[in-house]
Design a protein around this ligand. Structure first.
Ligand code: GLN
Length: 387
């Protein structure tokens, strides 16, 4: 066989997505890959039904349908206070996955370094490698997931051209404070680097935490590329609607990358989701209340079971500490958990650069009955994992 690319040699498939397949194999309750099992807002699905008849069914403009970009810009301005030009500063992508990939490819050259916090959402490692960059990891130190600004500065001194920030953070649930973001921003300015943010959980926060948009901080707009998506905010992860908001010159580059990578996001889905972008404030308030409720149900259940876990400030994951089970390999723990207990989780090692193997990630974006059934199964895990 002719040889395969060395670029794709050095990372695995996504363990998050692999765990969904393992979950399906054992008929487990899937708390691994983060997606809801409740319906998206009815106004959006009703609109989709209309569109099935009325269209559009053909390509939209490559960087996103005009009305969708305009609605996106307005929604973003409403929450961030930042005026966005829908023609010059927005690219609609196939999920924030493509948004992040296209952003990296637009600002990073092969051989460049990119700072990534650890633990990190696993795509960032592969994104850096695919764009030819070398990730430089800066630890977020448990239990509070604080960081040492000197470690970031060290990364910039070593020549990092960009830093990736997931805020609110997957998998650790950290919500970066304004002061922390200013500290990072000042370093990015000092070393003239790009800041690429992943803000897909911007509306999934637990009181009293507040989301601060990096691009709105002093001096940051011109060096920040914001990646986001509609997946989590409107419970439509399968629709694959993401976007970037970035300065004009960067947006022009992202448009080119995006055009040749995927041509465009799905036209009917953009049209249907436009309704969601026009929802009033009560929608976002209810979303937060709903997630606060799901977090309560799940974390109080875990507390009753008596297993240690991280309590998130935002996003919808907990890292459960599995030290007591004595597994050397957290992936094996997750396969056993799916097979013997009937609950699927993601091994923590897929998020940490450091040799951490005592955490597994569980998500709680699920209906009460799903969460209660999962907790019921987890209540027996000490016995079942020994069998
Ligand atoms: N963000 C979700 C997770 O971390 C799912 C991401 C994906 O599979 N695209 O599980």
């Amino acid at each position: 066989m002719p040889s395969l690319s060395s670029r794709t040699d050095i990372f695995t498939d996504s363990v998050i997505r692999r765990m969904t397949r393992i979950s399906d194999l054992y008929g487990a309750i899937n708390l691994s890959q983060g997606f809801p099992d409740f319906a998206p807002p009815k106004a959006i699905t009703d609109r989709l039904a209309e569109i099935a008849e009325a269209g559009p069914h053909q390509y939209a403009i490559t960087f996103g349908a005009q009305n969708f970009r305009e609605a996106l810009a307005q929604k973003h301005e409403h929450f961030s206070g930042m005026k966005v030009d829908p023609d010059k500063e927005v690219v609609v992508t196939c999920g924030s996955t493509e948004a992040m990939m296209a952003s990296m490819m637009s600002v990073v050259n092969p051989g460049d370094k990119v700072i990534v916090f650890s633990p990190f959402y696993e795509n960032y490692g592969a994104d850096s490698i695919l764009s030819g960059a070398e990730p430089v990891y800066v630890p977020l130190i448990p239990p509070a997931f604080d960081f040492d600004p000197n470690a970031i500065e060290e990364g910039f001194k070593r020549g990092a051209k960009a830093i990736v920030i997931c805020n609110p953070s997957n998998p650790c649930g950290k919500v970066f404070t304004r002061e922390e973001l200013i500290t990072i921003g000042e370093l990015a300015i000092k070393y003239d680097a790009w800041v690429i943010t992943d803000e897909v959980y911007e509306h999934i926060l637990y009181a009293p935490n507040k989301h601060v948009y990096m691009a709105t901080l002093p001096g940051m707009r011109e060096r920040t590329i914001t990646c986001n998506s509609l997946s989590k905010t409107y419970s439509i992860t399968g629709w694959r609607l993401g976007y970037t908001i970035a300065p004009y010159e960067v947006t022009e580059r992202i448009k080119k990358v995006h055009d040749f990578l995927t041509v465009g996001a799905s036209a009917p889905m953009m049209e249907a989701a436009t309704v969601g972008l026009q929802f009033g404030d009560d929608y976002y308030r209810d979303l937060q209340l709903h997630y606060t409720h799901m977090k309560e149900v799940f974390t109080s259940g875990l507390s009753d079971i008596g297993v240690p876990f991280t309590d998130p400030q935002g996003a919808y994951y907990v890292l459960m500490d599995i030290s007591e089970f004595g597994y050397k390999n957290d992936y094996e723990f997750c396969v056993d958990l799916a097979r013997k207990v009937g609950v699927a989780a993601v091994p923590g090692s897929s998020f940490f650069k450091e040799p951490v193997n005592n955490y597994v990630r569980l998500h709680f974006a699920k209906q009460d009955e799903t969460l209660l059934e999962a907790l019921d199964r987890l209540a027996d895990m000490r016995t079942k994992m020994l069998q």
